[in-house]
Design a protein. Sequence first.
Length: 172
Amino acid sequence: MDITIKQMETEEEIRGKAYVYWRCWHDTYPGLVSQEYLDKLTPEVCEKLAFDWPDGILIAKEGDRVVGFVGYGEQSRELPDCGEIFALYVLKEERRKGIGRRLLNAALERLDGRERVCLWVVKGNVPAIRFYQKHGFQPDGAEKLAASVGAFGIQMIFDRSADLSGAGRLSG
């Protein structure tokens, strides 16, 4: 398995990212978010979103196939002193191969100027919460309802000054 992590650039890569987003939502979130939202989240909707928001996206490619992506930004929507991971998705059949870790590390590297990085994860998505904890993120107690998807999210923070173990930093 030869995986390349790179900035998303081409229309083909944007379509690949859209497919990953669509598949991951439908594979991961039934029972955690509103079924009505999932029913409306079609491949076409995901493709429109991907073309409308192409910036700050790193993709994982195996050959010509996009198998995962991470979205990141220099400033959190809720915490102006934090960078943010907006999204991290890997196709179900490609999980547990280190792709998510590589994507997360690549985003953290690009946010190296930020002491803290935050993200939101769907409450109840235990595998994702464990993944982020393994890589140095900790829940900070903040929760919010994402009414559009019918689910609560919990905020998690990666604090470089508190990360003495090196977790979440370009390991492996």
